[in-house]
Design a protein around this ligand. Structure first.
Ligand code: GLA
Length: 390
């Protein structure tokens, strides 16, 4: 469904449900992660982009403290009041919204002057690693902050969504997904520095595009794998803080050369985990220099290296994602390919020559099908505008 259709359907359903028009509607896109994997919570660097699919959140004031929230695709409604906001065990989709509402009011939603009626609808494929949950948080925070007349800058809004993930949805994610949704720009990559929280955009020429290839492998970050990777990175940072002579708070502070020389004392698994974000940081910085020179082949080679690092060191890839990257590597019009996002399933992100898109998707589909029996979903992605009120 196109964005305009999603918007129209949401507004129509809102009016039917609540007998009134929404006062505000906000839109926030999903994201692709292009280079820099699991670096955000290590205070490192990432290249990402907002995509041309997203989620709309429509809202209107209620007269008392009651709140109603409808997932317009399922037509399920959660009911609560500003005084009873808490993580839910049923209809868990509401946690992204209620968590965001909670932290917009610094954990005291009971202080909100009134409740609201809200509904949301989007077109981001779920479980594809395109951050549909961050998109929902970002359109929620934009619409609710406008409804209540609360002024927040975009980074603060991104952090509100991240806190909702941590405390209401149970995923200890970094800030990448929310920041990409907030800072995306049409035709551009977002280059993020998660130490300083500086977000710049870098234009991409018209001769390149991204293709997302969704495997059919399950992608679930709320189970323990994501958290255990994050813990290993934190343990490793602590080790390096003890053996290096300069300050280390995160793996951002450790170079590849230091990892080689000073990893003794770390158990093998923790050492393997640590080298991934360290290498990714270096690749993002190299990639920035290559992009400036217009060297897409060079940039793409770093994407392939990134995937190898996921496969061998961080072990957040899987057979299906490896097969997609291996198939992509043999196609001359694919400059680079790697898993995108948390990993353990989900999608691969390919940097491609768009004029060869059909051939690329046919070839990858053929090889994937021969191995796994089912077909992956290939779609061209246009880097797009970030979150905004409609
Ligand atoms: C998920 C998380 C992000 C980031 C990526 C991996 O998308 O939500 O914060 O850590 O994985 O780079």
């Amino acid at each position: 469904m196109q964005n305009k259709q999603v918007y129209d359907e949401l507004v129509e359903k809102f009016e039917k449900l609540y007998g009134t028009k929404p006062e505000y509607v906000a839109y926030a896109p999903g994201r692709i992660e292009v280079l820099g994997n699991h670096t955000d919570y290590n205070e490192g660097y990432v290249f990402s982009a907002a995509i041309d699919k997203g989620t709309f959140f429509a809202v209107a004031k209620s007269d008392d403290d009651s709140c109603e929230l409808t997932a317009a695709d399922l037509m399920e409604t959660a009911r609560f009041t500003t005084k009873t906001v808490a993580p839910a065990k049923e209809m868990t989709w509401q946690n992204y919204v209620t968590g965001t509402f909670n932290w917009l009011f610094d954990g005291r939603p009971a202080e909100a002057p009134h409740g609201w009626k809200g509904a949301f609808l989007g077109n981001i494929p779920l479980g594809a690693g395109l951050s549909s949950s961050a998109a929902l948080e970002m359109c929620t925070v934009l619409a609710l902050s406008r409804l209540y007349g609360i002024e927040k800058d975009r980074t603060t809004m991104a952090k509100i969504g991240q806190k909702a993930e941590h405390t209401f949805a149970g995923c200890p994610c970094g800030l990448l997904d929310q920041a990409s949704s907030m800072y995306g720009r049409e035709g551009a990559l977002v280059k993020s520095d998660f130490r300083t929280n500086e977000f710049e955009t870098v234009s991409m020429g018209p001769s390149v595009a991204f293709m997302m290839v969704k495997s059919n492998a399950k992608h679930a970050l709320v189970d323990g794998a994501y958290a255990s990777r994050r813990k290993a990175c934190e343990d490793a940072a602590q080790h390096f803080a003890g053996v290096l002579r300069h300050p280390v708070t995160h793996l951002r502070d450790v170079t590849m050369a230091e990892w080689v020389l000073y990893r003794g004392g770390l158990d093998e698994t923790t050492a393997k985990r640590a080298v991934h974000p360290i290498g990714e940081d270096e690749r993002v910085l190299q990639g920035a220099a290559l992009l400036e020179k217009g060297d897409l082949k060079g940039f793409g080679a770093l994407m392939f290296d990134s995937h190898e690092s996921s496969r061998n060191w961080f072990e957040n890839s899987c057979e299906e994602l490896d097969a997609i990257v291996d198939a992509a590597k043999a196609i001359p019009e694919v400059y680079g390919a790697r898993l995108s996002g948390g990993g353990f399933g989900g999608s691969c992100c390919l940097l491609v020559d768009p004029s060869a898109a059909d051939r690329i998707s046919a070839q990858i589909t053929k090889e994937y099908k021969a191995k796994f029996g089912d077909e992956p979903v290939c779609s061209l992605i246009k880097p797009s505008e970030g979150a905004h009120l409609v």
